[in-house]
Design a protein around this ligand. Structure first.
Ligand code: FAD
Length: 448
């Protein structure tokens, strides 16, 4: 597989940055609610608050959609993220609520697409937990039982039954959700926000958040905002201020790559008739999905921990792009001559519990963060529930599920460079034992 002509970008392969980036805040202002961060989480909070008649301001460091929201794989999940067997072991009682929340979140996004007429190539295909080995198929069956017992809508089958490529043994389809162009979706939400009564300032990085006589004061390079309430929706970037609870989440860098356009007849020969997005059952997943431009977007396989703030704007490491290309050639041997055209990456926030987090710091600072790589559906849904809480003073039962009573978080396990490398090594060992062509040589490439 060729990787010598890859276009590397520090933004996204799905869409260009907006041409109409708004001016920075210049001067001081007051408002009822200020939202910090213009990803899907922050934009949905501000949009909903504006729809509910609230006086709301949104401050975004770059432009709305600059973060993970425009960069992800576009797989709208109908199930929670993380290792579901482990979550079931640790939080068994919470599982029905988390699964209900995940399915409601996917439906919420489908409604948002319809309500704002967003052209983002959404296909209601579901997504498949795909097995590359008998061991992974066993895991899929156990996870399916957990989800079904807790009320989730999933179906297990062979690759033929699920309409997924024959390089996979079979899997479990989350019936709810599908695939989309997340760049166009996020820019569509941005357009809806700019049409609303919310006051939006882009190129406006909040550098400090402090309390002053019952109000919250936010400092930006050219002005201050005083508000009665603040919503922090800065996701992976949340650890920059003293006010943020320690260990709230860990910033992790992940990448996606895209092939060149592939002859439709060759794609048809794969047997991928359902067009469902795929995630393998490795400890660190590989994801694969088709696009309307007859390409395959795929990624992750390695997690890289961010250690210093501000988080850097990065291009993917060519060694990882090459490793992903080898993985694609293994899963889809018939496409081993296809070249990689594009590569990009982004920062996600991982919580120590692997559950999405929302809560309050004292009475007037709200946070919604760390959808653990599942925020395409969950960040906008949780954002809109926080807006409803601010408007009505009542917590929806889905928000109640993830609400943190106290902003206290344990130290995350296995999230240091050594831990992440160990997890990657276990995955490669299992690939090797299961006859994978993804060779162990790659073990010598350091986790960057
Ligand atoms: C490569 C990749 C693949 C992924 N694949 C999937 C997937 O297939 N399905 C899925 O469900 N999820 C996926 N995710 C995760 C998903 O994209 C995120 O969970 C979701 O977008 C989080 O949204 P957000 O609004 O919380 O954060 P973001 O979109 O990251 O937005 C945070 C915003 O805050 C702004 N900001 C930060 N600091 C400040 C500050 N001090 N002042 C002002 N603004 C600030 C940033 O500029 C940014 O725009 C993926 C993520 C990545 C990176």
């Amino acid at each position: 597989m060729k990787t010598d002509n890859v276009e590397y970008t520090t933004f996204s392969g799905w869409a260009d940055p907006p041409a109409d980036v708004l001016p920075a805040l210049a001067g001081d202002l007051t408002c009822e609610v200020v939202v910090v961060g213009g990803g899907l989480g922050g934009m949905s909070t501000a949009l909903r608050l504006a729809e509910r008649g609230q006086d709301v301001v949104l401050l975004e460091a770059e432009f709305c959609g600059h973060g993970a929201s425009s960069r992800n794989a576009g797989q709208l999940a109908g199930a929670p993220g993380g290792d579901l067997q482990l979550l079931n072991l640790l939080f068994r009682k919470k599982m029905p609520g988390m699964i209900r929340l995940a399915e409601h979140a996917a439906h919420h996004v489908e409604d948002l697409i319809k309500a704002h007429d967003i052209d983002c190539d959404y296909e209601q295909t579901g997504n498949v937990f795909a097995a590359v080995s008998r061991g992974q198929m066993g895991r899929v069956r156990r996870v399916a039982k957990i989800l079904q017992r807790a009320g989730g809508h999933v179906e297990v089958g062979t690759s033929e039954e699920l309409g997924i490529p024959r390089g996979f043994l079979g899997g479990m389809r989350e019936v709810v959700g599908g695939i989309m162009n997340p760049g166009r979706f996020t820019l569509g939400v941005r357009r809806a926000l700019l049409r609303s009564s919310a006051r939006v300032f882009e190129r406006t990085k909040v550098t400090d958040v402090r309390r002053d006589r019952g109000r919250v004061v936010l400092t930006t390079p050219q002005g201050e905002v005083r508000a009665n309430k603040v919503v922090l929706a800065t996701n992976a970037y949340a650890g920059e201020w003293d006010i943020t609870p320690p260990r709230l989440s860990v910033p992790i860098w992940v990448i996606e790559v895209e092939t060149q356009p592939i002859d439709p007849a060759r794609l048809a020969a794969l047997g991928w008739t359902s067009r469902s997005g795929l995630v393998t059952q490795h400890n660190i997943m590989e994801n694969y999905r088709l696009t309307p431009r007859n390409t395959i977007v795929f990624g992750v396989r390695r997690l890289e921990r961010g250690t210093t703030y501000p988080l850097p704007q990065k291009e993917p490491d060519p060694a990882l792009v090459e490793e992903l290309a080898e993985a694609l050639a293994t899963r889809f041997p018939a496409l081993s001559d296809v070249a990689i055209d594009r590569a990009w990456g982004g920062w996600i926030a991982i919580a120590s519990s692997w559950l999405p987090l929302a809560g309050q710091i004292d009475d007037n600072i709200f946070y919604s963060i760390a959808c653990n790589g599942h925020g395409l559906a969950q960040a906008p849904y949780v954002g809109s529930l926080i807006a409803d809480l601010i408007a009505d003073g009542k917590r929806h039962e889905d928000l109640q599920e993830l609400w943190m009573k106290k902003p206290e978080f344990p130290r995350p396990m296995m999230m240091g460079p050594l831990g992440l490398r160990a997890i990657w090594t276990v995955d490669r060992f299992n690939d090797l034992v299961n006859g994978s062509r993804c060779n162990a040589r790659r073990g010598s490439v350091p986790v960057a």
